[in-house]
Design a protein around this ligand. Sequence first.
Ligand SMILES: NC(=O)c1ccc[n+]([C@@H]2O[C@H](COP(=O)([O-])OP(=O)(O)OC[C@H]3O[C@@H](n4cnc5c(N)ncnc54)[C@H](OP(=O)(O)O)[C@@H]3O)[C@@H](O)[C@H]2O)c1
Length: 292
Amino acid sequence: MTHDQNASGTSAVSRRKVLAGAGVLATSAAMAGMAQAQSATTADGAAPQNAGRVALVTGSSRGIGAATARQLGRDGYRVIVNCVVNRDLAAEVAQEIEASGSQAIWRQADVRDPAAVRALFDAGEEAFGGIDVVVANAGVMNLAPFAEMSDEDVRHMIDVNILGSFHTLREAARRVRDGGRIFALSSTITRFRTETYGPYAASKMAQELYATVLAKELAGRNISVNAIAPGVVNTTLFTDGKTEEQIAAFVQRTPHGRLGQPEDIANVISLLCSGNAHWVNGQVVYANGGIA
Ligand SMILES: NC(=O)c1ccc[n+]([C@@H]2O[C@H](COP(=O)([O-])OP(=O)(O)OC[C@H]3O[C@@H](n4cnc5c(N)ncnc54)[C@H](OP(=O)(O)O)[C@@H]3O)[C@@H](O)[C@H]2O)c1
């Protein structure tokens, strides 16, 4: 059987005519958008297909965001790095991306401030001419049982995780070029639902809702929008306030027998940026070594 025939032997050409007439087949413009979405790296590490493509990662001065910014840089993207306080770390990440052969700028911008987020996107567009990938990664976590959670701590998570991510995704919806990718960082806690994680888990569930709704709103532009739900990743967000025994207990429950590293999550995002992952859209992708 050739590619022009289906199992029943019907000519695929005639089927195409029928589908095109019914408006079912993609237009040539949309197909061009798909071609633009191709972004695989080559076996020797070079990434010619991403030349000219641009990625913006919020909260990329350290942790998962920094690893993602570095990986997308290695994939050939020009990268906009972002921090809220750790300017030195953001500058270092940008330098590392430049050293790996791509281009990068860094900007301090508090995602809680919509004007600052707009300025961050403006800076990226001015430097590189447009934006193709946005990773709404900036996040904070405060843990306490409901009875002990302070107003300040819960407000901080709402402001950074729910509002900050919204500000980022709103700009992404307005500005990401056709054929692009958008990610929101959820967490495996939306499955675990453990004590002390209530407001944090709620703020992460918001990311899943954001991504699945936005994927639908951007219909027709060949932009895939997904939530990434990491688990037990070795960053200060995860390890701070936990004893060695508590961390060891997480490792023991993880089939891969270790904590995740920020690079594990960066690799998944890189994979989903490739043209071959275009069809993964409006999903929650759990990346947690199998713990849940
Ligand atoms: N680690 C895990 O196990 C895990 C699991 C599931 C989900 N996640 C999610 O993954 C994302 C990254 O987590 P991580 O573990 O990499 O955290 P992290 O190491 O604590 O890094 C947090 C990053 O967010 C930035 N940030 C914080 N508040 C910000 C604000 N208001 N505006 C702009 N940037 C801000 C920080 O910038 P500064 O350096 O300037 O402070 C830093 O770059 C978060 O959304 C988190 O909820 C993490």
